[in-house]
Design a protein around this ligand. Structure first.
Ligand code: MIC
Ligand code: SF4
Length: 638
């Protein structure tokens, strides 16, 4: 048996662990962050349960920390009060990025974690099954509901050998992305094994499982071994360690082999994490910005490397270099060892311990500028500058670019610094507030920007309307509903945030949707890749979108559409996509929905196209009652 099956078997509530079968699993832990959390907790409140039923739930604040007006701060206050009321730990703004802190302080081998953020698989570096989902699924898990998914295939990523100096965990995951692309992991779990695993520390493993999200994989996982024990010991949590490894003769659906000795520094080119090349093949391009941080590369290991490579050097005058540490633990250590001074002396700008520039919360590059970032996503416009060229690379490569002012292979920096991780990390959990024992009289505080979730009616028997937009392949949730400093503060206000739907590719989408009173979206392959933000489903629902008809869907977005009662439909013949244009009038007679087979009528051209859905019985029931929230309410009423 492989690790994935071992953990899933222990959590299985319904179904069989056969690829493609619907399974229900018990969720031990949940996490939320503020940008998805406000909605998740509004949904939890709407479910009417008095307190959470998970072993552990944590609410982090790390995305919306700019506080340009009352809205972010009001969200924080709401999140803190609702956490206290329902029995949830609350990690205060400034404490750090959810995935980094969860790994340091809460992740546990053998457990399951569901998080309302697509990079929740970071905790897979600790040997747990950690899955990203929409806020409503996470709220349901907090309320004690099982998590439903299609049993993914398990792919073994077999690591042989040892990384060469200046080649890093980031280069391993970039190599995986180079090989399988941004949809190569859909409905798969990437399980790491082989002798190379023992050479990687837990934070390095977490870099890999974090960015595994960019392949579309359900999650990624490493074994729990002596390295895991060492990390947990240094975090003062050795008691929760247990060994979890695959059996010698474990079965996998596929195997990918990577020889670590042969790897080179890699870099993802604009505008996709799957657009990967060797750094030395793109050397010489002038760089205006270098950004270090994000949940992919902001651990103590990463920042120690950055500090020691910058020691005695200066950031090139053309480059603005920013550094956002992953957590207080990381920055406290750098302060105590004085390594932070190397970073500051080199001329880097120190940011708050938060997501920051990764989600466009400040630090937009200049017009047409090139930015090299240690992050995981470089989708069009995500940096805040639409014509910026964003590259993704390791901290080592990023430092080389900062010093030389152009894209450079980090091996040109000379000797690799010797980095020792502490035997004991600095442990100070004072910015994590445990829930009080007495919770009955706690009042949930709501600011004026926190609007209740709109109620939605079930779909009518005939779906009719115009194609409001036709988009291509690999459309991300950043295209559907962008992040950034202007739009993120609206996450708890659906009527307001809806105005920005598709704004990055079509400024008139909102007014058209309002004028036509809803309609359809037509898309290509891998529609909805990227973030878990359910706003990319709720806003279209609010604007009257009835169905999304595409060649294929990304997992989390598909689930979010269902949760909010939008029909996810798939062309039987992908060529039919070419026959539909924006403005065409479409009609779907929905009465045959149980069979899965439907006909899409194009009233403008008179053509008919066969389409289908791949909804499980439960998913179909959810659509029929108008979404997951009414479904859960109905279930609770018996
Ligand atoms: C992201 O990296 O895109 C985010 C912001 O963390 C999202 C969540 C969100 O949109 O709030 C994610 O990855 O799920
Ligand atoms: Fe935050 Fe960026 Fe990680 Fe998303 S990917 S959780 S925005 S640091």
């Amino acid at each position: 048996m492989n690790i994935t099956r071992k953990i899933l078997r222990e959590h299985l509530l319904e179904g069989e662990l056969e690829p493609g079968e619907e399974i229900a699993i018990k969720i031990d832990q949940t996490l939320t962050q503020d940008a998805t959390g406000t909605m998740a907790y509004l949904e939890l409140e709407a479910m009417g349960v008095p307190e959470i039923k998970t072993e552990l739930s944590v609410s982090y604040v790390d995305h919306n920390t700019l506080q340009t007006d009352f809205r972010n701060a009001d969200d924080h206050r709401y999140l803190q009060s609702v956490a206290a009321k329902y029995g949830i730990y609350f990690s205060r703004p400034g404490n750090g990025i959810c995935h980094q802190i969860h790994l340091e302080r809460f992740a546990a081998p053998g457990k399951t974690l569901l998080g309302s953020d697509s990079h929740t698989p970071t905790a897979g570096g600790m040997g747990m099954i950690a899955i990203g989902a929409g806020g409503l699924d996470v709220a349901a898990a907090m309320a004690g509901e099982p998590f439903y998914m299609k049993m993914p295939k398990v792919v073994k990523i077999h690591l042989e050998g040892k990384l060469q100096p200046f080649v890093t965990a980031k280069d391993i995951i970039l190599e995986v992305l180079r090989r399988i692309g941004v949809k190569g992991g859909v409905n798969k779990i990437l399980e790491y094994g082989g002798p190379g695993v023992a050479t990687l520390t837990v934070p390095e493993r977490a870099t890999i499982t974090n960015m595994g999200a960019e392949t579309g994989a359900t999650t990624s996982i490493f074994p729990s071994d002596e390295m895991t024990r060492k990390f947990l010991k240094a975090q003062g949590r050795e008691d929760i360690w247990k060994e979890i490894k695959a059996d010698e003769d474990a079965d996998y659906d596929e195997v990918i082999e990577i020889y670590l000795d042969e790897l080179e520094p890699m870099i993802a080119l604009p505008h996709s994490p799957g657009n990967v090349k060797k750094v030395r093949d793109v050397e010489g391009r002038e760089v205006q910005q270098v950004a270090i941080g994000s949940c992919t590369n902001s651990s103590l290991r990463d920042l120690k490397v950055v500090a020691n490579l910058l020691k005695g050097k200066k950031v090139h005058e053309r480059v603005s270099m920013v550094v956002a540490p992953g957590s207080r633990q990381v920055i406290l250590h750098l302060i105590e060892t004085r390594e932070l001074s190397h970073i500051v002396r080199a001329g880097a700008r120190i940011l708050e311990n938060a997501c920051g520039p990764c989600i466009g919360m400040g630090q937009a590059p200049p017009s047409g500028g090139t930015s090299v970032r240690t992050f995981n996503r470089n989708f069009l416009g995500r940096s805040g500058t639409k014509d910026a060229m964003v590259y993704l690379a390791s901290p080592e490569t990023a430092v080389a670019c900062a010093i030389y002012g152009e894209i450079r292979d980090p091996r040109e920096l000379g000797d690799y610094p010797k980095i020792d991780l502490p035997e004991k990390f600095i442990i100070d959990d004072s910015m994590i507030i445990p829930p009080p024992a007495e919770r009955e009289n706690i009042e949930v505080v709501r600011g004026p920007n926190i609007k209740p979730l709109p109620e939605f009616a079930p779909l009518p028997p005939i779906l009719e309307g115009e194609v409001l937009i036709k988009v291509g392949d690999d459309i991300t949730t950043d295209h559907i509903l962008p992040g950034g400093a202007k739009i993120l503060p609206l996450r708890s206000n659906i009527p307001e945030i809806s105005k920005y739907t598709f704004s990055i590719i079509d400024e008139n989408f909102y007014s058209r949707a309002m004028e036509k009173k809803g309609g359809f979206i037509v898309g290509g392959e891998n529609y909805g890749q990227g973030s878990s933000r359910e706003h990319a489903a709720i806003a279209p629902k609010y604007l009257g979108i009835k169905a999304v008809i595409v060649k294929s869907f990304a997992r989390i977005h598909r689930a979010n559409l269902i949760n909010f009662g939008i029909m996810p439909l798939i062309f039987d013949n992908p060529e039919d996509y070419d026959k539909i244009e924006q403005g065409h009038k479409l009609k779907i007679d929905y009465s045959g929905v149980d069979s899965g087979k439907l006909i899409l009528q194009n009233l403008t051209t008179g053509e008919e196209y066969p389409i289908h859905h791949d909804l499980s019985e439960k998913e179909l029931e959810i659509i029929k009652v108008g979404g997951l929230l009414p479904w859960i309410k109905k279930k609770q009423e018996g």
